[in-house]
Design a protein around this ligand. Structure first.
Ligand SMILES: Cc1cc2nc3c(=O)[nH]c(=O)nc-3n(C[C@H](O)[C@H](O)[C@H](O)COP(=O)(O)OP(=O)(O)OC[C@H]3O[C@@H](n4cnc5c(N)ncnc54)[C@H](O)[C@@H]3O)c2cc1C
Length: 411
């Protein structure tokens, strides 16, 4: 066998799996046609969002669906053609918005989130990347009375799941973030959150350390995997043989034939960002604006406005309307902004129950799935990597991972 483990996909999830496994002494090959962290892991809002245990699947989605989808000013956009071509995913997603189910999902997300730092910090230390992380928490603001009043329910759900929530007055919120010009009806600070000054740089540092430790990198697209001769063969511009393979190709994981991922209901929630060079000082920590549906995050390269959700196909071109929405509402949030230096579309890998898929592929003995981290891949990549390293070593993870099993029911 050439390697103990072949990891397919070098986003934050795949690189975390590869580095954890290498730190445990396994021989690992990491396969990706792109540079590490160049996919969705490049352009996210950069928040280590340990407070984000409430899934998008929420009863309010059912109540607010018509307004959200048809309102031009909505952070959520739906491509109806795509929805009609994927009715099962849509129906499963909506079925998971029922109150009881949404609470169950929140509990499963909270379980992973409580271990997020324990999964990420050893990788950051190993990679010498402490300078890329900032510990100033996250500030969430509400700009309308109706949404502010309705927030008690979600804040109490978070508290009940162990999230530290600090209610701050609108005046205190303005003191914390004087750059905000939007009306503030309510604000909370999540002190346990951190942010990353450059999400791709973090992945690259971890990748460099992986290579320093003797990890092997192959720049190729994996087309297919096959379990045979007591191992797995990955077909990627030639054959790569390993004891086990990990599918960590984010929203594209279904495209790898023979992996078992092609049979799972993996969808995507597309999201966008705009970068404003020289404007990082507008905020001092990630600020999430609930009604706007995006974050303002101070990064090394400037201010990043990132977020919104667009349910549309992976291969559809970027929607200029979504970018214009963020630009317009960004000015409502922060006042005048210059023209953005760059813009970006990314693909959150999302299962209809908003839970990641971590575990052995159904019907396989040697193929491990690690994708579907939706809005939380940067936060949960590290703990996913640790669990995958456990599975690759053949030992039981010290967390119950049944809720994330690839073979679970999705509605
Ligand atoms: C706007 C936006 C804001 C976000 N904000 C946050 C946030 O603040 N905090 C947070 O925790 N998360 C956030 N996320 C989510 C997070 O970015 C994702 O969950 C995460 O990046 C997914 O990582 P990944 O490694 O699974 O996928 P990716 O980063 O997409 O990596 C997948 C890799 O697989 C490779 N690949 C694909 N097909 C193949 C193949 N056939 N063979 C080999 N390689 C292949 C790709 O080239 C890519 O490098 C945000 C997402 C968006 C869109």
């Amino acid at each position: 066998m050439d390697h103990d483990l072949a990891v397919i996909g070098a986003g934050v999830v795949g690189v975390s799996c590869a580095l954890w496994a290498r730190m445990r002494g396994l021989s690992v090959v990491l396969i990706d046609p792109q540079a590490p962290g160049a996919g969705t892991s490049y352009g996210n809002a950069g928040t280590i969002a340990v407070y984000a245990c409430l899934p998008v699947n929420d009863p309010s989605v059912l109540r607010g669906l018509p307004g959200l989808v048809f309102g031009g000013d909505s952070p959520l956009a739906l491509d109806w053609g795509h929805a009609l071509r994927n009715p099962l995913w849509m129906l499963r997603f909506l079925a998971n918005c029922r109150t009881g189910r949404s609470d169950e999902i929140a509990g499963h997300l909270a379980m992973l989130l409580t271990q997020a730092d324990a999964g990420l910090n050893p990788l950051v230390a190993e990679a010498g990347a402490e300078d890329l992380l900032v510990s100033r928490g996250q500030l969430t603001v509400w700009s309308t009375r109706a949404e502010a009043a309705a927030a008690d329910l979600s804040l109490n759900r978070r508290r009940a799941l162990g999230v530290e929530v600090r209610e701050v007055s609108p005046a205190e919120a303005r003191e914390m973030e004087p750059g905000l010009v939007l009306p503030i009806e309510r604000a909370v600070h999540f002190p346990g959150a951190r942010h990353v000054l450059d999400p791709q740089a973090l992945v690259l540092r971890m990748f460099d350390r992986f290579v320093d430790l003797g990890g092997v990198s192959v720049r190729a697209r994996a087309e297919r995997v096959e379990e045979r001769d007591g191992g797995v063969t990955v077909f990627a511009d030639g054959e790569i043989r390993a004891e086990r393979a990990v599918i960590a190709s984010g929203a594209f994981s279904r495209r790898i034939a023979g992996s078992g991922a092609e049979r799972l209901p993996l969808g995507t929630e597309r999201g966008y960002h705009l970068m404003f060079e020289g404007e990082a000082g507008r905020v001092t920590r990630p600020v999430g604006w609930v009604e706007g549906g995006f974050y303002a995050t101070p990064m090394a390269a400037g201010l990043r406005l990132a977020g919104t959700v667009e349910i549309a196909a992976l291969d559809k071109s970027a929607n200029r309307g979504r970018l214009a929405y963020i630009a317009r509402r960004g000015r409502e949030m922060l006042g005048d902004l210059p023209e953005p230096a760059s813009e970006w579309l990314g693909y959150r890998p999302t299962m209809p129950d908003s839970l990641p898929v971590i575990g052995l592929a159904p019907g396989k003995e040697r193929v491990i799935h690690a994708f579907g981290h939706q809005h939380l891949g940067l936060t949960l990549g590290g703990i996913t990597g640790r669990i995958v390293a456990d599975l690759a070593e053949g030992r039981a993870p010290n967390a119950d991972i049944a809720a994330y099993a690839p073979g679970r029911r999705f509605s």
